[in-house]
Design a protein around this ligand. Structure first.
Ligand SMILES: Cc1cc2nc3c(=O)[nH]c(=O)nc-3n(C[C@H](O)[C@H](O)[C@H](O)COP(=O)(O)OP(=O)(O)OC[C@H]3O[C@@H](n4cnc5c(N)ncnc54)[C@H](O)[C@@H]3O)c2cc1C
Length: 436
């Protein structure tokens, strides 16, 4: 299937978005899918796919048009991510880290809660990031996770301290997707002050160039799935940054993030795509239409047909909710929009595993040979539900407390021993729990 399938209501998609979706499917079929096996085998980075994305101008999908980008909304970008995910999960997942950096620069700036002063300080910083993406085709990563603690529970352990002319950053980032392959790292850290315990409100976000002295990529990378993400470790040792290197002015990250909760759900497009990829594989395999395979018709058993029906029903429900949640994504969402987004995240991250497992079961033993992509999709599908901050367990918790408690009761709701509710949406007037 090379064109964006009508699993979307195509009449609701802008022509310029449809054109990108169509081109992504051509690239996916002709280039990303054929390259995916070697990338997975070697746990190497999809360098050639990024060259293709850059050549098409797709590194600027979410950059505002006035800066030379496509100006896609979050939902429009999400559809592109999902189409890439059908062909190569690792490309889609890493592409999300790049786009998230662009979207943070764009959408946080637009929030009505920012003052004129905030915006005046923010404007040159975001312009710098957009210029890099448009003019230099710079690629951004987003290493936030740190080993041994949930970054949403406590202030980031990576620390910056004020020095003459700027700050020095020291710390460690775990699972830094694109490590060694991006141009810029978006580093979330906590500003430390003498005699003050690290606090959420002192969270800073800097953009660090790959060649900055003191920044190094370490560790090995030989995981179960999403092997092409190259999510190795990042060490920051006395990395010097200046005011210009801030992604957002001091205080803005923590002031804006609670009001754009969809921004943390952007890993789901990748897994929506992997689920569709596993389904498309199943259909082609059973019909005997898989490219490069003998044309064996395997549709004769009712058991196989029923499973395909079940897969379709689950996939259609997943996509409908997910699309609704992403198309209505906005800053200062309503409670219903947030709940739909949490539910969509949960359904996609759980559903992708179920669909990939059903695909293997119904296609059978020959379909899980490494020579076919389903085996990789199955392994990739296992990686989504555990990705912070919106893991499946955390989504269950958020959905349950938002259903059973009023917003003003959330602080008293039991069951937050691990502190995962720091990133729980708490209403229009809400802040992160760590800020009270
Ligand atoms: C392929 C891949 C690519 C990644 N790329 C990036 C990246 O580019 N940038 C980035 O920042 N991170 C990235 N990550 C990291 C990812 O988002 C998670 O942070 C990480 O996988 C968590 O691993 P952990 O061992 O610390 O598990 P844990 O944090 O221990 O999580 C295990 C389970 O414990 C539960 N849990 C965790 N914390 C809490 C809590 N406070 N309260 C209640 N329950 C909790 C969760 O439900 C989770 O499923 C990537 C991960 C993978 C697998």
């Amino acid at each position: 299937m090379s064109e964006p399938a009508d699993y979307y209501d195509l009449s609701r998609i802008r022509p310029e978005v449809l054109a990108v979706l169509t081109r992504i499917n051509e690239l996916g079929r002709e280039r990303f899918a054929p390259r995916a096996r070697a990338i997975d085998d070697e746990a190497s980075f999809p360098v050639e796919n990024y060259k293709d994305l850059a050549a098409e101008g797709f590194l600027t999908l979410t950059v505002p048009q006035e800066f030379g980008g496509h100006g896609f909304s979050l939902g429009e970008y999400a559809m592109v991510g999902a189409e890439i995910g059908k062909y190569c999960g690792a490309t889609a997942l890493t592409f999300n880290m790049h786009n998230s950096s662009m979207m943070w620069s764009r959408f946080m700036y637009e929030l009505p809660s920012l003052t004129d002063e905030d915006r005046a300080a923010f404007a040159p910083l975001r312009e710098r990031q957009f210029r890099r993406a448009v003019k230099e085709q710079g690629i951004y990563s987003q290493p936030i996770s740190e080993a041994g603690q949930n970054w949403t529970s406590k202030p980031a352990q990576t620390a910056c301290r004020k020095v003459d002319g700027g700050w020095v950053i020291n710390g460690f980032k775990k699972f830094a997707s694109l490590a060694g392959y991006c141009d810029y790292y978006s580093i979330v850290c906590t500003e430390h002050f003498e005699g003050v315990e690290p606090r959420h409100e002192d969270t800073m976000i800097f953009v660090v160039h790959k060649d900055a002295p003191g920044l190094s990529v370490t560790g090995s990378w030989d995981p179960l799935g999403m092997r092409g993400t190259n999510s190795r470790d990042l060490v920051l040792k006395d990395v010097f940054v200046t005011e210009e290197d801030l992604m957002m002015p001091r205080g803005i990250f923590i002031k804006t993030l609670p009001h754009w909760p969809h921004m943390m759900a952007t890993l789901s497009p990748t897994y929506m795509g992997v689920a569709q990829g596993a389904f498309d594989f199943t259909v082609a395999y059973l019909r005997g239409e898989l490219p490069g395979q003998p044309p064996a018709d395997r549709r004769m058993f009712g058991t196989k047909r029923i499973t395909v029906g079940k897969m379709y029903a689950q996939l259609a429900a997943m996509r409908a909710l997910w699309w609704q949640a992403f198309m209505e994504a906005q800053g200062f969402p309503s409670k219903a929009q947030v709940m739909r987004m949490y539910a969509a995240q949960y359904n996609v991250m759980e559903g992708v595993q179920e669909i990939a497992a059903l695909a293997i079961r119904t296609c059978g033993g020959q379909s899980m040979l490494k020579s076919l992509p389903l085996e990789r999709m199955y392994r990739d599908s296992r990686c989504g539900a555990l990705m912070l901050p919106y893991t499946s367990e955390i989504m269950e918790d958020y959905l349950s407390v938002l259903t059973l408690y009023d917003l003003d009761e959330l602080d008293k709701a039991p069951g937050d021993e691990g502190g995962a509710r720091s990133s729980l949406w708490r209403g229009t007037g809400g802040t992160l729990k760590g800020l009270r």
